[in-house]
Design a protein around this ligand. Structure first.
Ligand code: HEC
Ligand code: HEC
Length: 294
């Protein structure tokens, strides 16, 4: 055979290997996304009264649904790569059980695991709060605005997705439900100081999105935000200022926490701010004691 034919055959062989690799990456990553069982169906009745809808709206605001799903929850283009769903539209099309599986368990309405929806932040949300949240989504008008945000060029998106799929296929990254068994159980429900119990619930369904599952700057994204042991330095007024204005003790402008507090945490009631403070200062004190061997 001539030289050109050998080169041609060699290239064809490489192409087959490359396609085989791409096929394996897609098949293995899809198998991972489909490997999580659907949870037991959520059976709580969804209320329809105005008070429930208003409670649900405050849950949506304080838990940051608007930050990723858009100003009218119409969906948003994130990282230039994916678009989050229109939640009021989805709440009309899907059953409460399908919504709950997505929100608390990271299993999408089509049974495929979600990847970047932070379900670990909602895993401990109570049935009653979840029902109110769904009541609110069902009652919210469906916005037909196009999702805000800009797409990255198609080839960058394809390559970006492929890199994530490659990590998943090799077991170096995982879909959201993989992280959920590591979400800590609530431990303070029977604390004689019920502010601490209520504050734990609020913190572990809102602050853990960025400050880590145990609020110690830990899993799943270490270093995304500081260890909340820093709360040991905060007095009640300092904390109120942080929640209401996004301004920390140092007076510095916080690039992320500032807008997050002004967007989400201004919607806490005064009672919720007190409860959070009671829990977080208790947690910080216990953490300091443990570290000094006490
Ligand atoms: C940090 C960003 C972020 C926040 C905060 C967030 N979401 Fe999502 N959500 C996403 C992304 C991204 C997806 C797209 C699916 C994925 O993760 O692969 C999604 C998907 C969903 C889905 C659809 C699942 C499916 O089957 O397609 C529902 C329902 C949902 N989110 C509800 C909520 C609710 C309710 C809140 C607030 C309590 C919320 N989300 C907060 C990022 C977020
Ligand atoms: C969306 C991510 C996110 C959420 C949710 C979040 N934080 Fe933060 N927080 C940060 C980041 C990031 C910083 C570090 C400063 C910065 O870059 O803005 C921070 C800093 C802080 C600090 C240190 C401020 C200082 O003195 O420097 C405290 C205290 C704090 N957060 C408390 C909370 C509490 C309490 C909650 C829940 C009610 C919460 N955060 C929820 C991202 C978040």
């Amino acid at each position: 055979m001539g030289m050109l034919r050998w080169i041609g055959l060699g290239l064809a062989g490489l192409l087959v290997i490359a396609l085989g690799f791409v096929g394996w990456v897609y098949a293995a990553s899809e198998a991972h996304f489909r490997s999580f069982a659907a949870p037991a169906p959520f059976a709580a009745a969804i209320p329809e009264d105005e008070a429930a809808v208003a409670r649900g709206e405050r849950l949506a605001k304080t838990r940051g649904c608007y930050g990723c799903h858009g100003e009218a929850l119409e969906g948003e283009i994130m990282w230039g790569a994916i678009v989050t769903p229109n939640l009021p539209a989805m709440a009309r099309a899907e059953t409460p059980a399908a919504l709950e599986a997505a929100i608390r368990h990271g299993v999408g309405v089509n049974g495929r695991a979600l990847f970047s929806m932070p379900s670990y932040n909602f895993a401990r949300m109570s049935d009653a709060d979840l029902a109110d949240l769904i009541a609110f989504l069902r009652a919210t008008p469906v916005s037909t605005n196009a999702p805000a945000g800009k797409w990255r060029p198609l080839h960058e998106r394809i390559i970006g997705e492929f890199i994530i799929r490659m990590d998943i296929a090799r077991g170096k990254d995982a879909a959201m439900p993989h992280h959920l068994p590591l979400v800590p159980q609530l431990k303070e429900a029977n604390n004689p100081d019920q502010r601490i119990a209520r504050g734990e619930y609020l913190a572990l369904t809102s602050c853990n999105e960025c400050h880590g599952m145990t609020l110690r700057g830990d899993y799943p994204w270490p270093d995304a935000a500081p260890d909340l042991i820093v709360m040991g330095a905060y007095g009640p007024e300092d904390f109120t200022k942080l929640m209401r204005e996004g301004v920390p003790i140092s007076g510095a402008e916080l690039e992320m926490m500032g807008p997050v507090a002004r967007g989400r945490f201004v919607h806490w009631t005064d009672g919720e701010v007190d409860d959070l403070y009671a829990y977080l200062s208790h947690m910080a004190k216990r953490a300091v004691e443990a570290e000094s061997g006490g």
